[in-house]
Design a protein around this ligand. Structure first.
Ligand code: ADP
Ligand code: ZN
Ligand code: ZN
Length: 739
């Protein structure tokens, strides 16, 4: 006997667990992991759809009581089956509901219909049409008469015209279709992203190092693409060319490729390099596309019109018929972690998808994530290093500036003396400068010098940020108000701004260098379609001398005239309340430093910091990844943080603060009970770093230590417990195992 664990497609959370069904013998060849089936459900044996999670030969309940699967939903194609299997895995790994896992993996499946042009066509000769028309007129079927009259005239009519101009409902059309008088033709209109005109196919001749990298990956491809690799090389070492070559080889084997690139790093230049190699068989998706536009690109992939899909996280779910390789560029990027349920990590999901498809995964980074490098150490991933810069450009000179010396020396500016003089020299040579600020408006808060009160958003537990024109903005909920004249707490008029946002830096720089042309790039100035391009274009064509921006300017763009990079407040990200703070800081500083000297001219990078001796700052200044890794991994080992130990966060939120605290207490008690003497620490409940967002209170409990399987089992039991207790119905509880 074969049994299938089936998750039913019902959104009720309480049913979001597998139910066992019997696989009838005649269906056995068809039913496998990920197959969509029909099965009887509940007392009334209502026919429902479900997803097969796994197969087994042991019955978990009385075999007499196990109902048989009724049939296989035939429309599920092979790629849909594999994606469904992936959703099943995501649900189990990240603790989401099956419904939300399915929505992630097969998005817009039912929601947005593909844009089709429907044409209503007369299906009979004129004589018959006139005879039928007479009958309709006698029966006063005026809508049918309108449509038939128009069709006798035109023979074919676009559906919109029938609907909008003739006011014909779909029921009328259907009725005439049934009578065999008309047919409806559908032609597909693809919303195709503009393909650049007149492009030529181009291939780079790989250098020795790149050839060796390609050989290392393809060396194991006798049966088809396979393996997991980390391509580790500084920005500009030629990784993208290696990806392109690997993809070309996979395509030559009849396979397809997915390339994940963080959205803000996907530049026009990068896109063009893929177009030049693969022509119209490349497509791109991005977050500014509508659901329908994305769906069209997925459909092209499904139909075999594409070989390569480039895009952010969600491109991972492109339904290719025969996927061969997944590339994840800038593998260390935060944007590969989904922030909504299911909270998945793209790299982990890519590994799983590759396993299901029999495909190869190539990660690329100049500053690999601790996870990836750890997997290299344990042998799960093969490392390939690219040591040289492809164009033989020189590495920049990097200096650390101790900001603690500035104020005593009489400099109150955010720009140190040394950076000021370097900027002057650089401008004098007619070269360009990038100033990079760790975070937008991070310290732009207002506080009262009399009572110390910080002005906060009334709905969120965060300080408001001052923007131009005296507006105070909440960056979490968008709440906006005007800057008060007096402190709302003590009425003191002495309010002070601690402002070192990009706008403030821009003001300071324009005072210091009144003749310099400055552009600012942050979330405010790049809002809207093409916003980024509008800021970048003048800088790229050297119509501006200085670009000031948040971290987004460090990625993906190539500006040959930039010879000086200043990093302001480098240590801000060291203070974020997260065990990955040092890793984030190291990555940001290293990547920013990599911006200078990409071209022939050597550049300089100045890192301004209040913590000059911190190992993240020190190692970044030397671009010394190995040394950083050694220090960071020993800290993770000691503290039991990933990748050395497992960590799961239980996020709880509720509009009623008291109720939330009560519920969080029960969750803690339950976890203590089931984990008993297991080597797992239960931390919290505590307020989230931001205790309240948009009037909803937030608490978190962390489970730390033990194996990930143990934490997963605990999570599953907690889920059951929550479902069965009505007290939790107003509390939103989500799990995060990607933190
Ligand atoms: P990465 O992806 O590691 O940042 P790229 O592949 O973008 O590096 O390469 C950096 C620059 O060097 C690009 O302008 C690219 O066109 C060029 N380049 C890379 N490999 C070669 C090569 N073999 N021959 C000539 N130019 C190359
Ligand atoms: Zn006050
Ligand atoms: Zn707010």
């Amino acid at each position: 006997m074969t049994y299938a664990d089936v998750i039913v497609d019902i959104t009720a959370k309480a049913l979001d667990r597998p139910f066992q069904y019997l696989v009838p013998e005649d269906l056995e060849p068809e039913v496998e992991e990920g197959t969509i089936v029909e099965a009887p459900f509940g007392n009334g044996n209502r026919k429902i759809t479900g997803y097969v999670m796994s197969l087994s030969h042991t019955a978990q309940i009385d075999p007499e009581k196990i109902k048989p699967i009724l049939g296989v939903v035939t429309s599920s194609s092979d790629e849909e089956k594999r994606l469904t299997a992936l959703a099943v895995w995501i649900r189990d790994r990240y603790g989401s509901t099956m419904a939300s896992a399915m929505r992630t993996v097969l998005p817009a499946r039912k929601k947005t219909a593909a844009r089709q042009k429907k044409i209503v066509v007369l299906a009979v000769g004129e004589e018959t049409a006139h005879r039928e028309l007479d009958i309709m007129r006698r029966k006063h079927q005026s809508a049918r008469v309108r449509l038939m009259e128009a069709l006798v005239e035109e023979k074919k009519l676009p559906y919109e015209i029938c609907a909008e101009k003739l006011h014909i409902t779909s029921a009328v059309v259907t009725a005439l279709v049934r009578k065999g008088l008309v047919t409806v033709e559908r032609t597909r209109v693809y919303r195709n992203p503009a393909l650049p005109e007149g492009f030529s196919r181009r291939e780079a001749v790989l250098n020795e190092e790149q050839c060796r990298a390609v050989d290392m990956v393809c060396g194991t491809w006798d049966e088809g693409p396979c393996g997991r690799f980390l391509l580790y090389g500084v920005t500009g070492s030629g990784k993208t060319e290696v990806y392109i070559e690997l993809i070309a080889r996979a395509v030559a084997m009849g396979r397809q490729a997915i390339v994940l690139i963080p959205e803000i790093a996907l530049t026009y230049q990068t896109m063009m390099r893929f177009y030049h190699r693969f022509g119209g068989r490349v497509s791109v998706i991005h977050s500014k596309m509508s659901a329908g536009e994305k769906q069209d690109q997925f459909d092209r992939a499904r139909q075999g019109d594409l070989d390569v899909m480039i895009g952010p996280r969600s491109a991972l779910f492109t339904p290719f018929p025969n996927l061969g390789i997944i590339v994840i560029d800038e593998e260390h990027e935060e944007s590969y972690r989904s922030e909504q349920s299911p909270r998945y990590h793209a790299t982990e999901v890519a590994f799983q998808r590759a396993k299901l498809e029999g495909a190869c995964v190539v990660l690329g980074s100049a500053t690999p994530s601790l996870e990836a490098y750890y997997a290299v150490q344990t042998g799960e991933i093969t490392q390939i290093r690219l040591m040289k810069r492809a164009m033989d450009a020189q590495l920049p000179e990097v200096r650390i500036i101790d900001m603690r010396d500035e104020l005593p020396a009489g400099n109150g500016s955010v720009i140190s003396q040394e950076l000021q003089s370097r900027m002057r020299e650089t401008l004098g040579r007619g070269e360009q400068i990038m100033l990079f600020l760790n975070r937008r408006g991070y310290a732009g808060f207002i506080s009262c010098t009399s009572c110390g009160n910080v002005i906060k958003c009334p709905h969120c537990d965060v300080s408001l940020t001052l923007h131009k024109g005296g507006r105070l903005l909440c960056h979490y909920c968008g709440y906006e108000t005007v800057m008060p004249v007096r402190c709302p707490e003590c009425e003191s008029p002495f309010l002070r701004t601690f402002q070192t946002g990009t706008e403030q830096v821009e003001q300071e720089v324009s005072l210091l260098f009144p003749d310099a042309r400055i552009v600012r790039m942050d979330r405010d100035t790049v809002a809207g379609k093409d916003g980024q391009l509008k800021v970048l274009a003048p800088f790229a064509s050297h119509e501006a001398d200085i670009m000031i921006g948040t971290q987004m300017i460090v990625k993906g763009h190539d500006f040959p005239d930039v010879t000086l990079v200043g990093i302001l407040m480098a240590d801000l990200s060291l203070n974020i309340p997260n065990y990955r703070a040092a890793e984030r800081t190291f990555q940001l500083l290293t990547q920013a430093a990599g911006r200078a000297g990409r071209a022939q001219r050597a550049g300089a990078v100045l890192i301004q910091t209040f913590q000059p001796s911190h190992y993240a700052v020190q190692c970044a200044s030397r671009q010394d990844y190995d040394s950083f890794y050694r220090q960071e991994i020993s800290y993770r080992e000691m503290a039991g943080y990933p990748p050395c130990g497992s960590l799961v966060a239980v996020h709880m939120s509720c509009a009623d603060q008291e109720h939330l605290l009560l519920a969080a207490g029960y969750v803690k008690q339950f976890l203590e009970k089931i984990l008993g003497k297991a080597p797992v620490q239960i931390l919290g409940p505590v307020s989230e770093p931001i205790a309240k967002i948009a009037d909803v209170w937030r608490q978190v409990i962390y489970l730390k230590g033990g194996s990930s399987a143990l934490l997963r089992a605990a999570r599953n039991r907690l889920e059951r417990y929550i479902e069965l207790n009505d007290g939790f119905s107003t509390v939103e509880i989500t799990f995060d195992s990607t933190i």
